[in-house]
Design a protein around this ligand. Structure first.
Ligand SMILES: [Zn+2]
Length: 455
């Protein structure tokens, strides 16, 4: 159901007609920017069981004293307007007044009001009814889970800080997950049971499972066919504590993803929209702004860059039987210098944009959408502008002194989609870390680990 209302901007008195499409989330903070003065205007709905809104509206109409003049449909649905004041508007909306469509769950297009052509209808037309239903189910899971995100984040924090006792208590109390023993593998098992359950709606489950199987298979295969060389690789990861540090940082990405749950919703819909072509149709997100999610992308790209070291190590093992041996001749400068890294440590310092070059015929296919080094550079060098009205992001990927030549433009929705793709890739490679950790913890890798004396 949709709720129509007209608001007057508190700053400039500009009127905006709003069509608010209802999500099933019980708290729905919708936001947009006044087209005339750029102020943020918020409309927040608090509805228990929002899918029963039609019933609420009908009840309000039936209970109305004057049956000839029923109350507006908004009646009976609690909402709060900030940055503007709700005023009497024309019904139906007339052209000539600014208009916004707002919906937490779907991308919304700019344009004039068209009765009945709601964001939900438009999205369903693009994706088909079956996929729209899948989107609804997936968001249903988010709606059911989001209030527990703080508990999941707390659990991850306890794990990362080594508070295994309180971790076990919280896992049992909040998630009904028993930690079977004090052994790290059992603590890990409990942690990942909880994390994967809550992360599920944001991932592509088939891809995650497929990746997990592939990693296990690849590592087991290497442990059998190249036992000594693989042992040396695991030993290196253990001695340098590379895996431990990387796992800790991977676990930190879930908090900002949970935090971005609302603006990620329309990006999730793009999984199901075959007509979507990035940057072609300006579509908006009906909630929080871009600034909050800038750092998230940068941090995830940093982790991704470190994860690629593991992909490279395994690639080198498979191809050349030595984790440090990179293929020569894949990138030779004009002066004839071979840029191939000397070993994994050298590779770790290679810029993210250049890292995939040294993965010759890689065993693991990287997602091209996740590898947006230009965007990462734009953010890292603070060369990025955001227009709150159009939600257009302009970034300048190259360091060019005072000049800002080659610019790229995307919309916030495209950005959220790229952030989602990067998150999925980091999450997918998190499985590789789990798998390598397991190989170190358990046999047959364990026999290769030289424990320091007295431990
Ligand atoms: Zn205004």
């Amino acid at each position: 159901m949709n709720i129509n209302m007209t608001v007057r901007c508190d700053e400039c008195s500009n009127h905006t007609n709003c069509r608010c499409g209802m999500s099933n989330r019980d708290h729905q903070p919708l936001k947009f920017t006044c087209r005339n003065c750029g102020s943020t205007i918020g409309i927040t709905f608090d509805v228990q069981g929002a899918d029963s809104l039609d019933t609420v509206a009908l009840a309000a109409m039936l209970s109305s004293k004057n049956k000839r003049k029923p109350p507006k449909l908004n009646q009976g649905v609690r909402h709060r307007v900030t940055g503007a004041t709700e005023v009497e508007g024309e019904s139906p909306f007339k052209p000539g007044i600014d208009f916004v469509d707002l919906h937490l769950d779907f991308p919304v297009v700019f344009g004039e009001y068209e009765m009945g052509n709601t964001p939900y209808m438009q999205a369903s037309m693009r994706s088909g009814a079956e996929r729209a239903a899948f989107h609804r189910d997936r968001l249903g899971l988010v709606n059911a889970q989001y209030k527990k995100y703080p508990q999941v984040i707390k659990l991850i924090g306890m794990y990362n800080s080594g508070f295994h006792g309180p971790f076990a208590v919280l896992a049992r109390k909040s998630f009904k997950v028993e930690v079977r023993s004090k052994r790290l593998e059992d603590i890990n098992a409990a942690l990942y049971t909880v994390v994967s359950h809550y992360v599920l709606p944001f991932t592509l489950p088939d891809t995650s499972q497929g990746a997990s199987r592939k990693f296990t298979h690849t590592v087991l295969d290497l442990l059998q066919s190249k036992r000594e060389a693989t042992g040396a690789f695991l030993q290196k990861l253990y001695d340098t504590e590379y895996l431990v540090g990387l796992q800790r940082d991977c676990l930190k990405i879930y908090k900002p993803i949970f935090h971005a749950e609302m603006p990620l919703r329309p990006a999730l819909f793009l999984d199901l929209d075959p007509s979507y072509v990035e940057g072609q149709v300006p579509m908006r997100v009906s909630t929080n702004d871009f600034e909050e999610y800038k750092e998230v992308y940068k941090d995830m790209a940093e982790i991704y860059s470190r994860q690629l070291v593991l992909v490279a190590g395994i690639n080198n093992l498979i191809k050349r039987g030595d984790h440090d041996a990179f293929a020569s001749g894949v990138w030779v400068t004009a002066k004839g210098k071979d840029q191939a890294p000397d070993g994994l440590e050298d590779y770790a310092d290679v810029a993210l944009g250049n890292k995939p070059r040294f993965l010759d015929d890689p065993w693991f296919t990287l997602d091209p959408v996740a590898q947006d080094n230009k965007l990462r550079n734009g953010i890292a060098h603070a060369k990025i502008d955001y227009n709150e009205v159009t939600q257009k992001i302009t970034y300048y990927p190259k360091l060019e002194g005072m000049q800002r030549a080659s610019k790229e433009e995307i919309f916030l929705l495209d950005y959220m989609r790229r952030m989602l793709a990067l998150f999925r890739e980091v999450h997918r490679l998190h499985h590789l870390i789990k798998c390598l950790n397991y190989a170190i913890l358990l046999e047959p890798g364990a026999s290769l680990i030289k424990k320091p004396p007295g431990v």
